[in-house]
Structures are given as C-alpha cells and as structure tokens.
Design a protein around this ligand. Structure first.
Ligand code: FE
Length: 239
C-alpha cells in the first residue's frame, strides 16, 4: 500500500516527536502492509518546511530506516496550506509536489471557510497543469455547508483525498457519515492516513480499505490504490 499523507518526519510539525517515534511509526506502517510513504510535513504559517529542508530530512530518515532494516520507502512531499501567494512560493521552488514531475499538489484548506481567492488560485494552478489534491474534504465545514463550491472545485479538475481514520470513525459519527457519502457519490479519489504518531492519529489505512471493500466493493479499493500509484508516479489519470 502507498500512504500519500503522513507526518512521519520528526520534530518539524505536530507529527512524530523524535527519531524513535518516526521509527516506531515506520515499523507500524510496514506491519499494516504499507510499502511507500509520501512524507508530508505541514508547510503553513506555523511550520516552515520548505522543499530543500524536507528533501534532506527524508534522506536522513530513510538512512535510519535502512540501518534498522525497516522495508519502507520514503518519498518527499509537503502538506501545503493554501494561501494567497502560493504561486510565488511554487515559482520560487519552495514547494514539493507529490511527484517529481510537479503535477500533483497536496493541499490543505482552511477548516471553516473557503475565502474567494481560493477559486481564482485553483483556476490558475489548473491552467498551469498543476492538479490540486484537496486533503480531508470530509473535515471541512465549508465543504459540508457549501457542497456546490466543493463540487465546483472537483469539476475544475481538483482531486480529493479522504483520511482513513475519518472512515474508521476516529473523528466521530458525523465525519464518518460524511466520509461514506463522499465515497458513495464518487467525490473522493484516494485514501491516505494523515498519521501523526503511534498513539493517537495512527494509520488505519488497512482498516479503512477493509471497510471500503465490504461497503463499496473491491473495485473501489483497486481504484483508490491505482490513483495513489498514479499520484506518486506523476501519471495522468484516465477518467
Ligand atoms: Fe496532515
């Protein structure tokens, strides 16, 4: 399995707190069947994790995992918080995409509201052949209340990434219900863990795929896994 969203790099955000915890997370991931993790530390007003810093940290952690013989491949990424001047940061080479061809961008939105500049920015990105991946749409209040806006973003060409623990029920029944609704209506394109540690906010990817298989069939599981592969490879998705 490929995990497209994980805070496994330590001491850079609210994810793993030490090398020891990163290694514990890696071992847990491998045990649950994860082979590749896209490292996505927060890059926002609170945590500054530009491209060059993340590349170094991923290389270091990969070396540590190799030393401990943990069979897990780490890939460089960021969870980029959307902001008005994001295109400048992209142009200044501070941003890491999910793939080396700079196609898929893992994007976090504000929780409560989606300010008007966002739509303009998404249009600009898509014109520049960037595919924004909206992370955890099931947790955004604006996407729940302004469903049309969320649909508009998807129709423009954005993709959406569901968080596995939401589907398992870790964020409560309302978010679980919303997660199910999004899958049912084909409004999410991939599932990822957004794991932050070993105790709380763990992977739950295997558990989520078990639920998806039971409720929506193997075809849906295969679709989500194929999209994850396409995203890290920078492949074009067939519609
Ligand atoms: Fe995250």
């Amino acid at each position: 399995m490929i995990d497209l969203h994980c805070h496994i790099l330590h001491s850079v955000d609210d994810g793993a707190k030490s090398l020891k915890e990163s290694i514990k997370m890696a071992k847990k991931a491998v045990k649950s069947g994860i082979t590749h993790i896209l490292c996505t530390p927060h890059h926002n007003h609170r945590f500054d994790n530009p491209k060059d810093k993340v590349i170094k940290l991923v290389k270091n952690l990969q070396q540590e995992l190799d030393k401990c013989k943990v069979p897990l491949r780490l890939l460089e990424g960021q969870e980029v918080k959307i902001h008005r001047f994001l295109m400048n940061e992209i142009e200044n080479n501070k941003i890491l995409f999910a793939d080396v061809t700079n196609k898929y961008l893992i994007l976090e939105f504000p929780t409560t509201e989606a300010p008007a500049y966002i739509e303009t920015l998404l249009i600009e990105m898509i014109e520049k052949k960037i595919i924004p991946v909206i992370v955890h749409p099931e947790r955004y209040i604006w996407a729940y209340h302004n469903h049309d806006l969320f649909l508009r973003f998807l129709n423009m060409g954005c993709l959406a990434q569901l968080t596995a623990p939401s589907l398992v029920g870790n964020y409560g029944s309302k978010i679980k219900k919303q997660a199910c609704k999004l899958i049912q209506n084909n409004l999410v394109h991939m599932v990822a863990s957004d794991a932050h540690g070993v105790k709380t906010r763990n992977f739950y990817l295997k558990e989520a795929f078990n639920i998806i298989e039971k409720k929506y069939g193997q075809e849906k599981v295969d679709y989500f896994k194929n999209v994850a592969r396409a995203v890290i490879n920078g492949d074009v998705l067939s519609s």
